[in-house]
Design a protein around this ligand. Structure first.
Ligand code: ADP
Length: 259
């Protein structure tokens, strides 16, 4: 994969350097793979016992009908935190796979008008939030992995809901140009200060712990969104103003039917 230095016809010093360089590359690529494998194993190993913990907590909550307010609260918090940790492990697993190119995409032509409408309907039902869909009359067709793209959109809509007030609606807007499809997810929420806008796609990065801490999340969502979208040859960009809201835009190449 890496740019191996050519060893023929080089003077001795360079030859020595090149050998050292190639050796270093070899070790580095090995340690990357080891690190990925480690994350993979740890995620799996931790997920199993945590799933058992969540199962017992949920069954306690279901079966106990004379809990004190404190007990109820404690059990609910413990359940929510354990569930969040499981999600975090799944996210880490996805990222480790994306890093090593082991995240496989099943690419098919997808009609975005339908997908966007489905995601909006689903999110509206779960969250009880008004989600508006604005699409063109034309069919917007791209080539992507349907499940992964749906995961991306749900993630962005979840964020839009999480970082805005209950009475504020969220918009899903679909557009196309000659070559590209664009999906915008717009909220009218707290917005993101300019100096954080590049960084929120980093792993574990959250804008202001005091502001976002109460909102449950892992800080991994956008890192995954970005790596999934880029894995499907797309881009994600952001426009936002604190106090006014944010627009996340996904751009993907249009699917062209074979001639
Ligand atoms: P989290 O699990 O914290 O939501 P994400 O990776 O999805 O993690 O987002 C990273 C951070 O970016 C969030 O903690 C929040 O500070 C900020 N953020 C993401 N989406 C929005 C949004 N729609 N409005 C305001 N801030 C946002």
């Amino acid at each position: 994969k890496a740019a191996k230095l050519q060893l023929n016809q080089a003077p001795d010093e360079i030859l020595g350097l090149a050998k050292a360089f190639n050796e270093m590359l070899f070790r580095l690529s090995g340690s990357w793979e080891q690190q990925r494998q480690f994350v993979d194993n740890v995620s799996h190993e931790l997920r199993t016992p945590l799933t058992v913990v969540v199962g017992y907590l949920q069954s306690l909550l279901r079966r106990s009908n004379n809990l004190s307010a404190y007990q109820q609260q404690a059990l609910e918090t413990a359940t929510a935190e354990a569930e969040r940790t499981i999600r975090m492990l799944q996210d880490l697993l996805d990222l480790a796979r994306a890093d090593s190119g082991n995240l496989h995409f099943r690419l098919n032509p997808i009609m975005l008008n339908t997908l966007v409408a489905e995601v909006a309907a689903m999110s509206q039902k779960v969250s009880n939030r008004q989600i508006n869909v604005l699409t063109t009359d034309e069919d917007v067709v791209i080539c992507a992995d349907q499940d992964r793209l749906q995961q991306v959109l749900i993630n962005l809509v979840d964020n839009a809901i999480k970082y805005s007030a209950p009475e504020q609606s969220v918009d899903l807007i679909l557009e196309q140009t000659e070559q590209l499809a664009m999906i915008h997810v717009r909220d009218r929420g707290i917005g993101i200060p300019l100096n954080h806008q590049n960084r929120i796609f980093e792993r574990f990065y959250r804008v202001d712990e005091s502001m976002t801490r109460s909102r449950d999340g892992t800080g991994l969502g956008l890192a995954i969104v970005k790596s999934l979208i880029e894995g499907m040859e797309g881009r994600i960009t952001l426009r936002s103003k604190p106090g006014e809201g944010s627009i996340f835009t996904i751009t993907l190449p249009l699917w062209k039917p074979p001639l």
